[in-house]
Design a protein around this ligand. Structure first.
Ligand code: ADP
Ligand code: MG
Ligand code: MG
Ligand code: MG
Length: 402
């Protein structure tokens, strides 16, 4: 195998796939198809039609391409991705793809093929029900966050993980696209013309920007736990029975609420977009109610599982002994979650990268309605985050705006 980096061709991907033990029979006639969106990474789907065996090879590209522009981007994110997948699989078994090999020189992760699942964003657009998702994702969040925090692991070992996942380039992208650019007339914004007035109102809203500045400070300085860092519904593979989290190349030590908020914010973006995806008013009301129940259940189950880990496995004597500390901690984490959920929503309406839930809406009037609803919910979540006492705060906001 080579030791110098180059983007692989489909034929080279096949040759490497042959060297992964225990997947394909000797001499199999392998097929390769590049299925990535090609902006940051190549994704090869390698199959043996005869045996039905398959695997995925994800290779980082040394640049990012967005709307025609191209800028250099570290290949080290492939290490971050493969190392966090391996760690997450230890902490939350079965909830991420299995990694078969990481090749540092090629910035390549070879992993389990999850083509039997669909990307959750697509599944939600198709109004599929996922009754087990709240259970699965709350387990993933509680275990990966608690067990990489100072509550759940030795402080010295944690510091070494902070160092290994420092990830400055990808954090910079997040900081700009989520916490900075949407709040000013930045070139990167991609503003839908019909909602220009709502966007300009946000640029004038000092109270909102104050809350975003507080949340941004947490994103920049609060090394609570090893985050996934990009946990939107496009990073989740799902079926009604199974959930698998993919694509942790943005992983770094940050505030726990950033991951939980990413999930909730993306479910609310879909809620807003049900304006279009539901077939009629009854179906819409039913699906939206299910989404809100799912959000409530994600937080409630997360809290129960996180507190159980704390009560059973804490390595932090003072945090466990100080009266009221756990309750205070959980409330602050809920507030962070709500604030970050709002930030995730706002940037997806008119920042650089939108979501298909909203952008794929064909009727302009319906699309505008969904955009305005997503902005109304997102900004209300940001504004009120520090007043929230329970997850019911989110449900109340959605019911008021929706
Ligand atoms: P990027 O970082 O470029 O967004 P992703 O890891 O999200 O890359 O993968 C891009 C797409 O490739 C996914 O949306 C999915 O369609 C496909 N893909 C990625 N990983 C797998 C996998 N383990 N099994 C099947 N398909 C995958
Ligand atoms: Mg800036
Ligand atoms: Mg992705
Ligand atoms: Mg990615």
């Amino acid at each position: 195998m080579t030791t110098t980096y180059r983007p692989l061709t489909e034929q080279e991907a096949i040759e490497i796939a042959r060297t992964i033990e225990g997947i394909f029979p000797e001499g199999a006639d392998l097929k390769s198809r590049e299925i990535g969106d090609g902006n940051l990474n190549l994704v090869f789907h390698i199959t043996d039609p005869a045996s039905g065996s398959s695997l995925i090879m994800k290779q980082a590209l040394p640049y990012a391409k967005v709307v025609g522009e191209s800028w250099p981007l570290t290949l080290d994110r492939a290490r971050i991705e493969s190392e966090s997948l391996i760690l997450q699989n230890k902490l939350a078994p079965g909830l991420v793809p299995q990694v078969y090999r990481y090749d540092a020189a090629l910035a390549l992760t070879v992993m389990e093929d999850l083509s039997s699942h669909v990307i959750m964003r697509r599944g939600l657009m198709d109004t599929i029900d996922y009754p087990l998702f709240a259970d699965h994702i709350s387990t993933f969040l509680a275990r990966t966050l608690f067990l990489t925090s100072d509550l759940g692991m030795n402080q010295q070992e944690k510091k070494l993980l902070v160092r290994d996942f420092i990830n400055p380039e990808l954090c910079k992208i997040t900081e700009e696209l989520i916490f900075d650019d949407p709040y000013t007339d930045a070139e990167t914004n991609n503003i839908p013309a019909p909602i220009r007035d709502a966007v300009e109102a946000i640029w004038q809203d000092g109270e909102l920007q104050f809350e975003v500045a507080l949340l941004r400070q947490k994103f920049l300085t609060s090394a609570e736990a090893l985050l996934h860092g990009d946990l939107h519904t496009g990073s989740i593979f799902i079926t009604p029975e199974s959930t698998k989290v993919i694509d942790p190349e943005f992983a770094y030590y940050g505030p726990m609420g950033f991951d939980i908020g990413a999930v909730i914010g993306n479910l609310l973006l879909n809620f807003a977009a049900q304006e279009h995806w539901s077939s009629d008013a009854d179906a819409r009301a039913r699906y939206r109610t299910n989404l809100l129940t799912m959000i409530e259940s994600i937080w409630t189950q997360f809290e129960t599982k996180f507190r159980a880990l704390w009560n059973e496995q804490s390595v932090d004597r003072l945090a466990s002994a100080a009266p009221g500390y756990q309750d205070f901690y959980m409330k602050r984490l809920l507030q962070d979650t709500i604030g970050f959920a709002g930030c995730k929503m706002v940037r997806r309406v008119y920042g650089l990268a939108h979501v298909a839930d909203i952008d794929a809406i064909t009727d302009e009037t319906v699309r505008e309605k969904a955009q305005r609803l997503a902005l109304a919910i997102g900004t209300a979540l940001i504004r009120g985050n520090r007043q929230a006492e329970t997850i019911g705060h989110v449900i109340d906001i959605v019911k008021k705006e929706g």
